[in-house]
Ligand binder design. Structure first.
Ligand SMILES: Cc1cc2nc3c(=O)[nH]c(=O)nc-3n(C[C@H](O)[C@H](O)[C@H](O)COP(=O)(O)O)c2cc1C
Length: 482
């Protein structure tokens, strides 16, 4: 039985839940403008026409600040999940990227997301790429993580595209029949699979009808606030959390900085995060511009082990001496963020996960966006300009790749008895997708694109989670909760 709690009345500590009131947990209907579909075309909480620095300076768009309090179903505490020694009220959250600062963290924490990853930070201020940073894509199929299909350029589009998505070869697509996305009668995951073509409809939440495909590419160049600003803002973000929520801070290093190696630079960023009170650190190993090796860092087991070993030492020593000064550390857990592995490369994944665990990592999160060449329509050349021919594809079309990663990683973790938690990311745009990831073996599920365009996903999932009795049918027969 879950307690229905209005965010306006939420206070610490969360009272033990007594009354289950699923029918009373309304969707975040304030996000749905069915008549105009206005929030389908533009991100709700990010201005795509402005740079990252402008978004940060402007803060949350006014429409987010004006939101009425949301209602969510809080699970009773005995149904909370344990992840990296933290108690989470639910196994759902926001992946690294959309939470630019404490304002965004507070928004997510108040709308049904519990595992919140503060956007990747560096040791120094970095403005990232100029515009455009986000483009919509004309994609109506699940994209493979590897193979010849990856060479096909994708085409940018003016806005949210087709409403039908086809499965990739051998893949299957989960249909949200509404149960997973907003109907009060939702008692299951809305799962159906099979067939070559599946319509993803009826799941917009709150009875909004169809849910158009969300397919974007993003290219930000991993911007970062300065350490002094982060030292102020990360504690504010941490203070926005309620019991049952946790904040992970994503960190990366920069190669080529004078007199500082990539590993040393990463340690500086980690110290800033620890000083600010991060309860977990996620090392972003998944971007092509990380490190100097010809493969992405996450596919290089010795490099992963070396880096993680050094970082674990920083954490053990309490993180002292870095930007923002002292504090934090001790037993703060480490996650690694990885991209997709080639489908046939389970051994490669095994070597990386084993190396990460040996070096002290407590969890792995994947996947990042799938790197693809993105062109303008009509042979107009690279959509992001000649300097950026390829970029990360996110949203609906990468869900199968994300699920495949989770299934394979779960299998490796189980067979090799690795002490790693597993965070599933990629293409979660409706509540039923979260269930699909949990069933595939994820301990926690996160969304990036979904949060930006459909912030109501958090409360949608909380209603579905309650209706499912706070449990998922794990493919490997493990217990229902993480
Ligand atoms: C706007 C945006 C910014 C992102 N920035 C980061 C980042 O700073 N660090 C990171 O590890 N991943 C970043 N990502 C990748 C996401 O964390 C996630 O792995 C990817 O988008 C796939 O999830 P999705 O399909 O839910 O978007 C970003 C994604 C988006 C959409």
């Amino acid at each position: 039985m879950a307690e229905l709690m209005s965010e306006s009345t939420a206070s610490r500590p969360v009272a033990p839940a007594k009354v289950f009131a699923f029918a009373g947990c309304e969707a975040d209907s304030c996000f749905h403008d069915v008549a105009t579909g206005v929030y389908r075309e533009q991100s709700y909480c990010y201005d795509e026409d402005k740079t990252w620095a402008e978004n940060l300076a402007n803060g949350l768009p006014q429409r987010c600040r004006d939101l009425p309090p949301s209602e969510r179903c809080w699970a009773p505490e005995d149904k909370w999940v344990t992840f990296l020694n933290h108690k989470l009220a639910s196994p759902f959250g926001v992946a690294a990227g959309p939470l630019l600062s404490s304002q965004w963290v507070a928004l997510a924490a108040s709308r049904g997301y519990d595992c919140l990853t503060y956007k990747t930070i560096r040791s120094h201020y970095h403005p990232g790429h100029s515009l455009p940073n986000i483009l919509h894509l004309q994609v109506n199929q699940q994209l493979p993580a590897s193979g010849p299909g990856c060479q096909e350029p994708l085409i940018a589009s003016a806005g949210v595209g087709a409403d039908v998505i086809r499965t990739g070869a051998g893949g299957k697509t989960h249909i949200c029949n509404g149960a997973g996305a907003g109907t009060a009668s939702g008692t299951g995951t809305g799962s159906e699979t099979g067939g070559a073509e599946k319509a993803i409809r009826g799941g917009g939440g709150g009875g909004s009808g169809g849910a158009p495909i969300l397919a974007i590419t993003n290219s930000f160049g991993m911007p970062s606030q300065a350490p002094e600003r982060l030292a102020e803002d990360i504690p504010v973000a941490a203070a926005a959390l309620r019991p049952g929520q946790m904040m992970v801070v994503s960190v990366t290093g920069t190669s080529g900085r004078p007199g500082v190696s990539f590993a040393e630079d990463l340690a500086l960023a980690a110290r800033t995060a620890l000083a600010g009170g991060a309860t977990a650190l996620e090392v972003n190993l998944s971007c092509p511009n990380v490190g100097s090796s010809h493969v992405a860092l996450y596919q290089d087991p010795p490099a992963v082990e070396l880096l993680l070993t050094g970082l674990a030492e920083v954490v053990r020593s309490g993180g002292g001496g870095g930007g923002g000064g002292g504090g934090g550390g001790g037993d703060v857990p480490l996650l690694i963020k990885v991209g997709a592995f080639p489908d046939s490369d389970t051994d490669g994944m095994r070597r990386v996960l084993t190396a990460a665990e040996r070096a002290g990592a407590g969890a792995v999160a994947g996947i990042n966006g799938l790197s693809r060449r993105v062109d303008l329509p009509g042979g107009g050349g690279p959509a992001l300009g000649p300097e950026r021919p390829s970029s990360g594809v996110c949203g609906d079309p990468i869900r199968e790749a994300g699920l495949r990663f989770v299934r394979a990683a779960r299998q490796v973790i189980a067979s090799d008895n690795l002490g790693l938690g597993l965070v599933g990311v990629g293409g979660v745009t409706q509540a039923c997708h979260v269930m699909e990831y949990l069933e595939a073996g994820a301990d926690v599920v996160q969304t990036a694109t979904g949060f930006m365009w459909r912030p109501h996903l958090g409360t949608d999932f909380q209603r579905l989670w309650a209706a499912a009795g706070y449990t998922a049918r794990r493919a490997d027969g493990r217990g229902g909760r993480g």
